[in-house]
Design a protein around this ligand. Structure first.
Ligand code: PMP
Length: 385
C-alpha cells in the first residue's frame, strides 16, 4: 500500500509539547506550568447566556460571518479600546476560535513559495499553518535584550523579494513580550515600503500588565494591510467554547469567509451567544482574572529569579520565560529532568523557535500555591546541578 499522507503533512515536525504531556500523564504529584490556558471557569453569566440560548432553541447555523449583534459588539469594542475601525457588515467574521482565524488568514493570502516572516519565538501553530499552505516560514528573531519585541532591524534583515506576509503575536506566547503602539509604528514603514501584509494575533491583548494594550491596525498605514485576530479564550476564560474572530479590509475578509463557509459554515451558535454576554456584561470578571495573573506574574518571576533562573519581567500574556543558559543544560534536557526528577512540567523554549533556545515557558495561570511549590522544586533541582 502506498503512503497516503500528503507531502505537506509529512513535512510538519511533530509538536515538541506533546512529548512532555505524554510523560507527565504517566506521573503523579505533577505541578504543570505547561498548559497555555486560563485556570478559571468561564464566568457564570456567560455560561447562563449559552444555556438560555439552547433553551430558546437557538441551535441552528448562524450566518457564515456570525451573529450580527456579536459583530457589532466586537466592532464597538475594538474602536473604544484600540481606536481600530472595522465595519461589522463586511470586515469582521466570527471563527471557531482564533485557531481557525489564523488558519484561514494564512490560507487566504499565501501562495506556494511565498515567504512568510514569522516573528519568533512563536506560537507553535504558526510554522505548521504556513507550511500547510505551501508557504515558506522565515524566522524573525525577537530577542530578550529587546524585551522580546519585534524591532525594525531584525525585520529588515529577513526581508527578501519573496516576502509577502508578516505573522506576529503580541502579547507573545511564549515570551510575554509586548508591542506598544510606538513599537508597531517603528515597523510600519518597513511593512508598507516592502508591500507586506501583517497578520497580527492579538488574543492576549487584554492580558497586558504594563502600559496600554495596542492593536497594530490602529497605526497609520497598517489598517489596510492588516488581518487582526482575536478571541474569547484568554480574556474570558473560554477556551472550550471555540469562538474567535478575524477582522480585515473587505477584500481580504471576504476571501477568508470563502474558506470559512466551505470548511466551517459558522462558529458554534451557543458559543456566539455566550460571547455576546462576555462583551456586554463580563468586563469585571475579565479584570479580576487579569489582576490575579498580574499578582502571580510578580510572585513567580521574582521567586524564580531568586531561585537562580534569570527571568525578564514579561509585560503580557500569562507566560514567564526564564533562561537556563547558566545551568549548562539545554532547555530540552532541563525540562525533561525537571519533569522526571522533580515533577514540574514546563515547555522547553526551543519548541517555539530558535530564539526560544535556552529558555523555559512557564505558564503562571495556576494557583499561587502551585507556583511557589514549583519554584521550590526548581530551586532544589538547580541546587543539585
Ligand atoms: N494564538 C495564540 C498565540 C495562542 O496562544 C492560542 C491558544 N493557546 C491561540 C491563538 C488559539 O486560541 P483559540 O482558543 O481562540 O483557538
Amino acid at each position: 500500500m502506498r503512503d497516503f499522507r500528503s507531502d505537506r503533512v509529512k513535512a510538519i515536525p511533530p509538536s515538541g509539547i506533546r512529548k512532555f504531556f505524554d510523560i507527565a500523564q504517566e506521573m503523579e504529584d505533577i505541578i504543570s506550568l505547561g498548559v497555555g490556558e486560563p485556570d478559571y471557569d468561564t464566568p457564570w453569566n456567560v455560561r447562563e447566556a449559552a444555556i438560555r440560548s439552547i433553551e430558546q432553541g437557538q441551535t441552528a447555523y448562524t450566518s457564515n460571518s456570525g451573529l450580527p449583534e456579536l459583530r457589532s459588539l466586537i466592532s464597538r469594542y475594538l474602536f473604544d479600546r484600540f481606536g481600530t475601525d472595522y465595519s461589522p457588515k463586511n470586515e469582521i467574521m466570527i471563527t471557531t476560535g482564533a485557531s481557525e482565524a489564523l488558519d484561514i488568514a494564512i490560507r487566504s493570502v499565501v501562495n506556494p513559495g511565498d515567504e512568510v516572516l514569522v516573528a519568533e519565538p512563536a506560537y507553535i501553530a504558526y510554522t505548521s499553518g504556513v507550511m500547510l499552505s505551501g508557504g515558506i516560514p522565515v524566522h524573525v528573531p525577537c530577542l530578550e535584550k529587546d524585551g522580546f519585541r519585534l524591532t525594525p532591524d531584525s525585520l529588515m534583515e529577513k526581508i527578501t523579494p519573496k516576502s509577502k506576509v508578516l505573522l506576529c503575536n503580541f502579547p507573545n506566547n511564549p515570551s510575554g513580550g509586548v508591542m506598544s503602539r510606538a513599537d508597531y509604528k517603528a515597523i510600519s514603514d518597513i511593512i508598507v515600503d516592502h508591500d507586506l501584509l501583517l497578520i497580527s494575533d492579538e488574543i492576549y491583548n487584554e492580558l497586558t500588565y504594563e502600559g496600554e494594550p495596542a492593536s497594530a491596525a490602529s497605526v497609520e498605514g497598517l489598517r489596510e494591510r492588516t488581518i487582526t485576530i482575536n478571541g474569547f479564550s484568554k480574556a474570558f476564560s473560554m477556551t472550550g467554547w471555540r469562538v474567535g474572530y478575524l477582522c480585515a479590509p473587505e477584500e481580504i475578509c471576504s476571501a477568508a469567509l470563502k474558506i470559512h463557509q466551505y470548511v466551517m459554515l459558522s462558529a458554534p451558535t451557543g458559543a456566539q451567544y455566550a460571547a455576546i454576554e462576555a462583551l456586554k456584561n463580563s468586563w469585571d470578571s475579565c479584570k479580576a482574572m487579569v489582576n490575579e495573573y498580574h499578582v502571580r506574574r510578580n510572585l513567580f518571576v521574582n521567586s524564580v529569579n531568586r531561585a537562580g533562573l534569570p527571568c525578564h519581567m514579561p509585560k503580557g500574556a500569562f507566560y514567564a520565560f526564564p533562561s537556563v543558559k547558566d545551568t549548562g543544560l539545554s532547555d530540552e534536557v532541563f525540562a525533561e529532568r525537571l519533569l522526571k526528577e522533580h515533577h514540574v512540567a514546563v515547555v522547553p523554549g526551543s519548541v517555539f523557535g530558535p530564539s526560544g533556545e535556552g529558555h523555559l515557558r512557564c505558564s503562571y495561570a495556576v494557583s499561587r500555591d502551585d507556583l511557589l511549590t514549583a519554584v521550590a522544586r526548581i530551586e532544589e533541582f538547580i541546587g543539585k546541578l
